[in-house]
Design a binder for this molecule. Structure first.
Ligand code: GDP
Length: 455
């Protein structure tokens, strides 16, 4: 439910900063502005113009801070309601005081994400775009940000609207026949229904095929580094991190726990996990490290198996082979500065193979490229127009629409028209939920509760 009261919140992050912004949205925004803000120059608050003045307690007349104020009259604002922003100094105490003053005018504190929720409820953005706003705020890599920006611009929403258009067209044709129960579906109408639904299915299938890549762009990947002791795992991790994070020694078995760091490779967020060297050992602490390493293998998106290329393939390398069976692995041949002794058996089991010198960093950039290539396959992902699904909510809704449409298509010739219409309506409902056309209050509560206050 949407109660049109006036809300306020601090929109800048908590803590000390240059500027703190208090945002007010709703019918009372101008009244609040006139009550607490005294412009230096005459003329009061003019829509979409900044003015300079003081924030003053309307009861005591005491000045609280010097500030800039901007009033944005509906509908030309983020929420499509009247908005007031007060830009004061960014100390947490002064910001809290200004917020308290604003709230004392009889308005209430906004819930998390409530400004964006109002933008959605007032039709300024759809649900995909609202979620994209949240993704922009939480983006930690170039690829996540780029994907979120294209979704905020409405590129994915447009595809969803296209699907809805095709389904509405097909449904209109089917429903026209329901009103005339004695008529069978005419041949040309069957063909045009089939064509419309086919187009919708084609777009949905295309979107579903982008989910894996979209998820990777948004959330990044986890990469586990494994290898026998002394293969050079820690040296590689340090190279990838550009710092001396892991302890490098010539004594085998120095990394006994799992070290975890996040970096970006060519704009992709990568969570790197360095593990204990895998070998047979009687040392209990080391055994624990090894079993933790092995337990991580199935959870990782990718394994970098580091081999010492200056030594022959041995029993310990075989242990790694055994542990990695069936997992996406890149073979990293380290110590290629030394004479090569290693011959890798069954090379076909690896997605790729690449040589490095972890000691100097040679080949490490190429390794990063090889990793990215495994996940960001489409060159289209570089483009501003790249459309990808990145949320399980969107994927699940489209999978369910796809099932309804398959059922519809297979029964088109012989099923009851009411049932056919029901399939199409269910598909429309599922597709509509992606953009929020059919989202319930509970779904909206769930989505917006993960926003921050003030957004
Ligand atoms: P880890 O046990 O697998 O983590 O291996 P470390 O990174 O601790 O390296 C083991 C030893 O190999 C150290 O003495 C490193 O200096 C050495 N090392 C690592 N990478 C290279 C390399 O590319 N070339 C050579 N020659 N030595 C290396």
């Amino acid at each position: 439910m949407y109660i049109r009261d006036t809300i306020a919140a601090v929109s800048t992050p908590p803590g000390n900063g240059g500027i703190g912004i208090i945002r007010v949205s709703g019918d009372q925004a101008a009244a609040v502005g006139n009550a607490v803000f005294k412009p230096v120059y005459d003329g009061g608050l003019v829509s979409h113009r900044f003015s300079f003045g003081t924030i003053t307690d309307p009861v005591t007349g005491v000045a609280v801070d010097e500030a800039m104020a901007v009033y944005m009259r509906a509908p030309r604002s983020y929420t499509r309601e009247d908005i007031l922003e007060l830009h004061c100094h960014g100390g947490w105490l002064v910001v809290e005081k200004v917020l308290a003053l604003v709230l004392s005018c009889g308005i209430r504190l906004a819930d998390p994400g409530e400004f964006t929720r109002r933008a959605f409820l007032n039709g300024r953005i759809d649900l995909i775009q609202a979620e994209a706003v949240m993704d922009i705020i939480s983006s930690k890599s170039e690829s996540a940000l780029q994907l979120a920006q294209t979704q905020r611009e409405g590129v994915l929403s447009k595809r969803i609207e296209d699907v809805r258009g095709y389904l509405i067209r097909a449904l209109a044709l089917v429903e026209a026949y329901i009103d005339f129960p004695d008529d069978d579906l005419g041949e040309t109408d069957v063909e045009s229904i089939r064509a419309s639904v086919g187009e919708a299915q084609r777009i949905i299938t295309g979107l579903l095929s982008t989910f894996e890549e979209g998820r990777v762009m948004r959330d990044g990947i986890s990469v586990l580094i494994v290898g026998k002791p002394n293969a050079g795992k820690s040296s590689l991790l340090n190279r990838l991190l550009n710092e001396n994070r892991a302890i490098v020694t010539h004594i085998p078995g120095t990394t006994r726990d799992i070290i975890e760091e996040t970096v970006t490779f060519e704009g992709l967020a990568v969570r790197l996990l360095d593990t204990a060297g895998i070998r047979h050992t009687d040392d209990l602490v080391e055994q624990e490290g090894i079993s933790r390493a092995l337990a991580k293998i199935p959870q990782a998106d990718l394994i970098l198996a580091v081999f010492d290329a200056s030594r022959e393939f041995g029993q310990e390398d075989q242990l790694i082979y055994d542990a990695l069976t069936g997992h996406r692995t890149i073979a990293v041949l380290n110590k290629t500065d030394l004479p090569r002794q290693l011959v890798l058996p069954d090379e076909g089991r690896f997605l790729a193979q690449t040589g490095i010198v972890a000691l100097t960093g040679d080949g490490v950039d190429q390794l990063k490229q090889v990793v990215c290539k495994q996940f960001l396959r489409s060159t289209a992902s570089d483009s501003r127009e790249f459309v990808a699904l990145s949320r399980a909510r969107h994927r699940d809704a489209l999978v369910s629409a796809q099932q309804n449409l398959q059922q519809f298509s297979s029964g088109l010739r012989d099923r009851n028209l009411e049932l056919l219409a029901l399939d199409l309506r269910s598909a429309l409902q599922a597709v509509g939920s992606v953009v929020g056309q059919t989202a319930t209050d509970e779904v909206l509560d769930h989505i917006f509760s993960s926003f921050c206050i003030g957004k």
